[in-house]
Design a protein around this ligand. Structure first.
Ligand SMILES: [Zn+2]
Ligand SMILES: [Zn+2]
Length: 133
């Protein structure tokens, strides 16, 4: 399955995503001006297979967090961990904004390997990761 790049998000959609989040950063939770927020594109999954769901591949971050994330090279499992914190109404909202309709059927036996990784981390370890050297 081909995966569209982040350029799939046009300026109008970006604005709508920011509003859907009430302009809050998904990492620190602080509110910013619209111009103080950026969309971050997650790196490819370790398995190399990206989710077709576009909301799983982006994070809305304030500029300082976005800078930190890149400076730390935050590993994929921690990035996707942030995505997984997203409340379901926001998932639905972003999908709507990006005009994505999930496939009604998922093949059985398809394991979500990052899921297993993710379970190894807690929010606390994420904070430690960020604070620690
Ligand atoms: Zn932030
Ligand atoms: Zn980024």
């Amino acid at each position: 399955m081909s995966v569209p790049p982040i350029s799939m998000v046009n300026l109008d959609q970006e604005k709508r995503i920011k509003r859907a989040f009430s302009c809050c950063c998904e990492w620190c939770g602080k509110r910013s001006r619209e111009s103080g927020l950026e969309l971050h594109l997650l790196p490819p999954r370790p398995s190399g297979q990206n989710s077709p769901d576009p909301q799983k591949r982006l994070l809305l971050l304030c500029i300082p967090c976005h800078r930190d994330l890149h400076a730390l090279s935050l590993p994929y499992p921690l990035q996707i961990y942030l995505v997984r914190f997203r409340p379901s109404f926001l998932r639905l909202e972003i999908r709507k904004i990006l005009e994505y309709t999930p496939a009604p059927y998922t093949a059985p036996g398809e394991f979500d390997i990052p899921q297993i990784y993710e379970d190894c981390f807690s929010l606390r370890s994420l904070d430690l990761f960020r604070a620690g050297g």
